[in-house]
Design a protein around this ligand. Structure first.
Ligand code: MN
Length: 748
């Protein structure tokens, strides 16, 4: 096709050259993997994408086509995918954003490509009180996993590029996208063994949600780099000379932990950067034949521990039992001669590639190594099982939660009575194990025998347990079982089996509802049923029918629903906070109030109080100066949360369209309640000094102070009324200046 002409439309000469430059780079990277005709197909996809996006621009102002090319580049270079994925990546936004239809794609590129593109295309973004468009989209994407796991890999590449270029997005979009990323995409990358992508996604997420912490750690890492490099050099010196003596081919890498993982450690362990930064890993990668890698790794382990004393509790052998995402490596933590612990990771080149690129690298090695497949294949099968058994559309949110809880797990290793090894997620019970064997075994479980001792079905499995399941043909699954199991496979099976049992009630209930609707002359439409479902607080229409069928809800209750519905219609169309408002509607209303100013769609905290009902969320206690957003709740109007609030990620990831921009007005004299934790060395009169600083020097109103002392150390909490973050920072600095005070931190 005439690419050069197409490119020329709507772009200038420089851009045209840049596009071709990026496209050629993609070809260069992919070329070694091309089979005959592949480059022609890729060219065709590029031409089609180019043409479809010819008038589109990214938020940065750049030609849109940069994005699909970049996504394709990530697919090849960072995930190791091939031609089909490149074609799909180039076309991934065409059906959603341009005139191109799925039929066009299918005609030009075949069913496989069309199926993957379909999985990558969002469902319409309609706002629905009962569900979440984001969960729905995610579910749709996963449904395609059934046919092809590449959908998720391309989606991850897409997300990674969007995160890398998030700067040009408006603030609330940044928050929504960053939260989705940490809520689902980073765990997903982890689960698929894409270590490098997972770390980068987490770092970028932190950058947008907690900018200050991100830059602080980044700068400190930068400042300490030279010292760290010298330390690693000294540490590795004796090991390297031994390695050279062995005549093995190897590389060593010493690298700090990711910004996000340092931040997490600082928060969990409540320790400053300086105490954490030197906890880094040294990696020794050996180039050996597959049949020698295990022996070689242990040989190097023995060498390392000849020089440095290992911590016996920190030896991890992921070679004999790989993790379920396919990860293989030998880890040990040793004491350096300078008195700090250093983690040493020893692995072969093959293992390293699997650790970095995950699923795709895995695929590549599949032929010569069957050991590592079981875990990941098992997981993909589990996802397939889950998808097959959850057909109901309204259950998308529930599905997302189930799915997510399956992403994080550590695992335990269980043996069957015949000595076969099974990997289960940590926290799994005997009943989970029974369902893992077979759903019919699960359904009939009465108890289990673990290491020859009788235990109840709720027994939580431990690594090394040998488990035998006891069944009875009279046993039936109970609702209570849902509280016992943790795996989604068991959960969905139990729900299904119960549903099966309840089908008759559902049918009865449906008939009852239909009769009543007819009698009340309410139209029996999909919409009505969905409104009823919401009114009766049921998760799915089937749940609601079931409750009618069982007699838990009286059919006459529908009259009340009708009355309420009419009342609602009659009510004036104004912003009312009794029901969920779409964020956009509120934003429009705000713009009207503020006379259509450009920034008028932000809620002005402090000024809009009399017009719009909002409150400050109790979970994170925002104060003036904090980065915040507004979230429209069902019953309590708009809540203002800090972007760093522990609940924010989930809210933004699931209900991004209920988020509205909010900022603080600059001039105001409202006081906010904030909490400070203070600790240090106890001395006589320190409490008096602290209270004096607060009330006399800074004229701050104190609501409460509690102090505990223990063996010369004191710890206290203070609640004070402040105007904004600046005010609070002033107070913190003044308190730190008090002799004896060592640490002052804010708490929610
Ligand atoms: Mn995209």
């Amino acid at each position: 096709m005439l690419t050069d002409e197409l490119v020329a439309v709507g772009t200038d000469e420089l851009e045209r050259l840049e596009i071709l430059k990026r496209y050629r780079k993609l070809l260069r990277t992919a070329n070694p993997y091309f089979k005959k005709n592949d480059s022609k197909l890729v060219r065709k996809a590029f031409d089609v994408a180019m043409n479809a996006h010819r008038f589109d621009r990214r938020k940065t102002g750049e030609p849109y086509i940069y994005h699909p090319i970049a996504v394709a580049q990530i697919c090849v270079e960072e995930i190791g995918l091939g031609t089909t994925a490149i074609i799909c990546a180039l076309l991934h936004d065409t059906v959603e954003d341009t005139e191109l239809t799925l039929e066009d794609v299918q005609r030009d590129f075949g069913v496989k490509v069309a199926t993957i593109i379909d999985g990558l295309t969002k469902v319409s973004d309609e706002f629905d009180t009962g569900s979440s468009a984001q969960a729905e989209n995610f579910r749709k994407m996963l449904l395609t996993l059934n046919d092809d796991v590449r959908v998720i890999l391309i989606k991850l590449a897409d997300r990674l590029h969007n995160m890398r270029t998030l700067d040009s997005m408006p603030k609330e979009k940044q928050l929504k996208i960053a939260s989705e990323t940490s809520f689902i995409f980073a765990p997903l990358a982890h689960r698929l063994g894409l270590h490098a992508i997972k770390s980068e996604l987490e770092d970028l997420q932190l950058k947008y949600v907690n900018r200050e912490a991100y830059y602080d750690i980044r700068d400190k890492l930068h400042a300490t780099k030279a010292a760290r490099d010298r330390f690693i050099g000294r540490f590795l010196e004796p090991i390297i000379s031994e390695l050279n003596g062995l005549g093995l081919k190897y590389h060593v890498k010493g690298r700090p932990k990711s910004i996000h993982s340092i931040w997490k450690k600082m928060n969990v362990q409540k320790r400053p950067f300086e105490e954490i930064f030197d906890l880094f890993a040294v990696r020794i990668i050996l180039e050996v034949e597959p049949d020698q890698e295990k022996a070689a790794c242990w040989q190097v382990y023995s060498m390392v521990t000849d020089y440095y004393q290992p911590n016996p509790e920190r030896l991890k052998d992921w070679i004999a039992t790989p993790r379920s995402n396919g990860y293989e490596s030998l880890h040990t933590t040793v004491m350096s001669t300078e008195g700090t612990w250093v983690e040493v990771q020893i692995r072969s080149k093959r293992m390293d590639e699997i650790a970095e690129k995950g699923y795709a690298a895995h695929f590549k090695y599949k032929d010569n190594d069957t050991r590592t497949n079981s875990g990941l294949d098992k997981w993909i099968n589990q996802v397939r099982d889950m998808l097959e058994t959850t057909g109901d559309k309204t259950a998308a949110l529930e599905f997302l939660d189930d799915f997510r809880s399956n992403l994080f797990n550590d695992e335990v290793f269980i043996f069957t009575p015949k000595g076969e090894l099974k990997v289960m997620r940590r926290g799994a019970t005997a009943l989970d194990f029974a369902f893992d064997i077979h759903s019919m075994v699960g359904a009939r479980t009465t108890a289990a025998r673990v290491n020859k001792t009788l235990v109840p079905i709720s027994y939580v499995l431990k690594s090394g347990d040998q488990v035998e399941i006891l069944t009875s043909s009279k046993q039936k699954p109970h609702e209570d079982w849902l509280k016992i199991v943790v795996t989604s496979k068991a959960k969905t099976k139990i729900k299904d089996l119960i549903k099966e049992d309840n089908k008759q009630y559902v049918t009865d209930g449906k008939n009852l509802v239909e009769k009543k609707l007819k009698q009340l002359r309410i139209e029996n439409s999909h919409e009505t049923i969905n409104q009823l479902r919401a009114y009766f607080n049921a998760k799915t229409p089937a749940d609601m029918f079931y409750r009618f069928g069982k007699g838990y809800i009286d059919a006459n209750e529908i009259k009340k629903f009708q009355a309420e519905k009419e009342a609602k219609l009659n009510r004036q169309l104004k912003l009312n906070t009794d029901e969920i408002q779409e964020g956009k509607a509120i934003q429009k209303e705000l713009q009207k109030m503020h006379g259509g100013r450009k920034d008028g769609d932000s809620l002005l905290i402090g000024e809009d109080m009399d017009r719009i009902d909002y409150t400050l969320a109790k979970c994170c206690n925002p104060i003036s100066g904090d980065e915040v957003f507004g979230f429209v709740t069902v019953l309590e109007g708009i809540k203002i949360h800090r972007t760093t609030c522990p609940n924010a990620t989930e809210l933004l990831a699931k209900y991004g369209n209920r988020v509205i921009k909010a900022r603080w007005t600059s001039h105001q004299q409202i006081a906010f309640l904030a909490g400070l934790k203070i600790s240090g060395i106890d001395r006589v009169g320190i409490v008096n000094t602290v209270t004096a600083v607060i009330s006399n020097e800074l004229h701050i109103n104190m609501r409460s102070i509690t102090v505990d002392t223990d063996d010369g150390i004191f710890e206290g909490t203070i609640k004070v009324y402040v105007h904004d973050t600046r005010h609070l920072e002033d107070l913190t600095q003044k308190l730190l200046a008090v002799a004896g005070v060592h640490e002052v931190t804010r708490f929610d």
